[in-house]
Every structure is written in C-alpha cells, then in structure tokens.
Design a protein around this ligand. Structure first.
Ligand SMILES: Cc1ncc(COP(=O)(O)O)c(C=O)c1O
Length: 133
C-alpha cells in the first residue's frame, strides 16, 4: 500500500506550472500516454472560453476546425465533445454498418468496440490469452 497517487506511483511528475511550456523539438511533440503536454497557452485559451458567453458552439470551434484542417492538410474537420463521439462519427462517415467487420485492439478503450455497436455491428474483442507456463 502506498500513500502516493496512482500517477505519482507510476513515476509521473506532478505538473509544475513553470514546466507547462512547449519545447520546440520533435521529441517533445510526441504525446506519451497519460503524460499530456498542456501549455500555458492551452490553459489561457480554455480559461478565455470559460470566461466568455460561449461554452458550447462558440466561435472557437470553427476556428479550431479550420486550424486543424490547415495543420493536417484535410478538407474538413469536425470538433467532437469526446473521443467516443469522434469514433462514432468516423464510423458513420465511413458508412460502416451491419455486415461490415471492425477489428480493434484488445488494449484500448471500450468505446472503440462500443462505436462499432452504435452503428449496428455485432462486436467481439480479440483476446490474447497467454499460454500457461
Ligand atoms: C484509444 C481511446 N479510445 C477512446 C477513448 C475514449 O475517449 P472519451 O473518454 O473522450 O470518449 C479514449 C480516451 O482516452 C482512448 O484513449
């Protein structure tokens, strides 16, 4: 038993506001799982929205979608409220439905499989069971 938080027990450093800045190197742009890079600018941008009259569907949404299109060279982008909503929308955009097959990783969130179910697929997760030694 430990009195440390789970993230501290995993060796994660508690973010210090002074550390929340973008380091402009390729390796710092990589997003290690559960070690998000939240910058002062990110916090200021979210705070500005929270202080504004627009908590949903405000002008920052189309601006974000436009910037994302430019950043990745896409023709369209749709901001979603969650990863689950985005996966569900992606399945619908791809026309995935009954009769199709979706394979997802067993090491993922249940929403990956749930989204296949949302569009009418029967879904099972591939399961890897280690051989007994
Ligand atoms: C791979 C993956 N799929 C789906 C989700 C679900 O996202 P949300 O909780 O925003 O719906 C997550 C969340 O971290 C995720 O990492």
């Amino acid at each position: 038993m430990t009195d440390e938080s789970p993230s501290k027990a995993r060796g994660a450093k508690k973010p210090d506001p002074a550390d929340l800045e973008i380091l402009d190197s390729p390796s710092s742009r990589f997003l290690p799982y559960s070690r998000q890079d939240v910058t002062k600018n990110d916090i200021e941008a979210v705070s500005a929205v929270l202080r504004s009259d627009w908590l949903t569907q405000g002008p920052d949404i189309p601006a974000f979608e436009k910037n994302l299109c430019e950043a990745v060279g896409a023709g369209y982008a749709v901001a979603c409220s969650s990863g689950t909503a985005a996966l569900h929308l992606a399945m619908m955009a791809l026309g995935i439905g009954p009769g199709d097959e979706v394979v997802t990783s067993p090491i993922t969130f249940l929403s990956s499989a749930n989204c296949a179910r949302f569009v009418g697929l029967k879904c099972g997760l591939p399961i890897s069971i280690p051989k007994p030694v």
